[in-house]
Design a protein around this ligand. Structure first.
Ligand code: PLP
Length: 460
């Protein structure tokens, strides 16, 4: 065989992608060899690649497509909006019908009293906006020194300069000269990994809340403005907080007048079994960010809700200055707004929350079933989000050598079986479309079973 015979066959599309597309979250150096997985169509819970292979999207792509990939009502809402008003802006008192209705609906659905909703395009922009609002608010109330924001190790809040600083994952900081000043990180609430031997979930939560209080005292309570958390950490590994965690954390925040920001970008709109993760975990946010399932991922849109207290100070300040000097060209985009509004209606009309209530015990039960396998150390999750973590030794929780890339390999085997999951270290996550049926879920787990069999056949 000559060298030319070894060159993998590439379609014209693949060649264009390799030639010109700078991919996000991709090993750039390896892209030419690995090549793109060219997804050309979506159908229900499935996506279909260029060769016609059909995959169950066990991750709703990036935790987004709650209503699957071909919901006719969302498609129609987008078409109608494009025909009526394909673009307009919301600066300087402008608005459009869909965004006014969407804002109103979000205020009704909010898990805590909220005054107003600001719109952006992505989770990162929403969290960046939250940071600016936190700073603006504290200037407005005459506390200009109260500006630091505490986030958590392994938390994920996006990738813009400030949102990436909130994110507590090394890959988002390394060689990007991040985090920026005034952003710090506290402990990750992963009981399986970080609790002391024999420490209960409640005791672990008490220890983390005490550590947060110590950190606030050390920083100076007059300098700490806000604490941001995902109800369930997603990209950090699907970490469900230990029992009593948010109750204890919020008691500390209230004591030092530190705002609570709930990042509901993944948890929002039914993922944890309630409309918001804040309801599942008893969080009373002062600011809430959401995105992804707000439009089932069909069009980019995100939102930031602010409490009456925060809003009143912002309004008074902007009245003084003459404007609230923040906003995106696409804030409140009419097409995105129409699709999001329709998404919220579909959640109601199709009783998606009731469906999640019915299916999530089966989903969580299947995940927990993997604990019977030799190398599955933890199976975790809530509602319709979960993960299994592989360990070398279940008794000691000793991880595998990271060089073995077990999570990545499991995800590859799953893909061969027609299932897309996400590797996060030695854990793999599942976050299927909320519309998944019981039969489809059985098929999803059957494929994961086969992938695990293949992986385990390679282990000692
Ligand atoms: N916050 C959370 C919890 C997320 O999971 C993500 C993305 O996965 C973001 C923020 C950032 O959202 P985006 O990628 O839309 O900027």
């Amino acid at each position: 065989m000559n060298a030319a015979d070894n060159t993998p066959k590439r379609s014209a599309l693949d060649a264009q992608d390799i030639g010109a597309h700078l991919h996000p979250y991709t090993n750039l150096a390896a892209h030419e060899d690995v090549g793109p997985l060219m997804i050309t169509r979506g159908d229900g819970i499935h996506v279909i690649d260029e060769q016609g292979r059909k995959y169950i999207e066990g991750m709703s792509a990036l935790w987004c497509s709650s209503l699957g990939f071909s919901h006719p009502r969302l498609v129609q809402a987008g078409i109608d909006a494009l025909k009526t008003l394909p673009y307009y802006h919301t600066f300087n008192h402008r608005s459009n019908p869909a965004i006014a209705q969407l804002a109103d609906r979000l205020i009704q659905l909010a898990p805590a009293p909220m005054a107003k909703v600001f719109f952006a395009n992505s989770g990162s922009e929403a969290n960046d906006t939250a940071i600016k609002i936190i700073w603006y608010y504290h200037n407005a109330i005459g506390k200009p020194a109260k500006k630091k924001i505490l986030s958590r190790q392994r938390g994920y809040h996006g990738v813009t300069v400030a949102a990436a600083s909130l994110t507590g994952l090394p890959a988002n900081h390394q060689d990007f000269d991040l985090p920026i000043a005034r952003i710090g990180h506290v402990e990750c609430p992963h009981h399986y990994r970080y609790a002391n031997p024999g420490e209960s979930e409640a005791d672990f939560a008490t220890r983390l809340a005490d550590a947060l209080e110590q950190r606030i005292l050390q920083e100076g309570p007059d300098t700490v403005a806000a604490f941001i958390a995902e109800p369930v950490m997603g990209a950090g590994g699907v970490i469900v907080p230990p029992e009593t965690y948010f109750e204890k954390i919020q008691a500390v925040l209230r004591k030092y007048e530190v705002l609570m920001v709930a990042d509901e970008v993944i948890c929002g709109f039914g993922r944890t079994g309630q409309m918001f993760g804040s309801q599942t975990f008893g969080i009373q946010p002062d600011i809430l960010t959401c995105a992804k399932a707000l439009s089932s991922g069909y069009v980019p849109i995100s939102a930031v809700m602010v409490s009456p207290t925060v809003y009143e100070a912002m309004a008074a300040n902007s009245g003084k200055i003459g404007t609230f000097g923040h906003g995106y060209t696409y804030s409140g985009h009419p097409v995105a707004a129409a699709v999001a509004l329709e998404t919220l209606k579909v959640y109601e009309d199709e009783q998606i929350l009731a469906h999640v209530h019915r299916l999530s015990p089966i989903f969580q039960g299947r995940l927990r079933g993997y604990l019977e396998r030799a190398h599955v150390g933890e199976a975790r999750g809530v509602g319709m989000i979960g993960a299994i973590e592989l360990v070398a030794d279940k008794a000691t929780r000793q991880p595998f050598d990271p060089a073995l890339k077990l999570g990545y390999r499991l995800a590859q085997y799953a893909q061969e079986e027609g299932l897309i999951v996400r590797a996060m270290g030695d854990a793999v996550a599942l976050c299927p479309p909320l519309i998944i049926t019981e039969a489809e879920m059985a098929e999803m787990f059957a494929r994961l079973d086969r992938a695990l069999d293949k992986l385990q056949a390679t282990l000692p």
